[in-house]
Design a protein. Structure first.
Length: 152
């Protein structure tokens, strides 16, 4: 990807929308990774607990993208409070209007691994694609019916 020109990259990501802004963010992230020799473990070792803030300092990298990178690229344990997850937890009674609000309310167990974080995010995402299109669809989901049955 480093060899692509900006127009080439933009043409590849154009279908995703906001391709000009996204292309600059991708280039910045790639350059940062290249500066760090693409050595993910060395990056984790170098920045430690400050890795998330380093990612957030990159242009166009927000909280969700930083957490996704931590979990899927750097093999770190992080809760990804994406759109579907926030919608589900709102339906379950949590008051979380923002990414940060939900992250502050939920803490992963101490023995959670990055594989667990990847699995949890994947399951929540798949559940959301099917059952969180609107509240009436959610109310027919196995989760809602089970919670209702057990009066949780």
């Amino acid at each position: 990807m480093q060899q692509l020109s900006l127009p080439q990259l933009q043409s590849l990501i154009r279908p995703s929308g906001f391709y000009r802004q996204k292309s600059r963010s991708i280039v910045a992230a790639i350059n940062w990774l290249a500066e760090n020799k693409w050595d993910y473990q060395a990056i984790v070792d170098q920045f430690g607990a400050k890795l998330r803030s380093q990612l957030l300092n990159l242009p166009g990298i927000g909280q969700e993208t930083a957490d996704v990178l931590l979990v899927y690229v750097f093999d770190q344990v992080e809760f990804i409070a994406d759109h579907y997850t926030r919608k589900l937890f709102n339906y379950l009674g949590y008051q979380a209007n923002s990414y940060q609000q939900l992250k502050q309310q939920l803490k992963l167990p101490a023995n959670f691994t990055y594989q667990d974080a990847q699995e949890l995010h994947g399951l929540l995402d798949e559940f959301g694609k099917i059952w969180l299109k609107n509240k009436s669809i959610f109310e027919n989901s196995f989760l809602f019916l089970e919670l209702k049955k057990n009066k949780i």
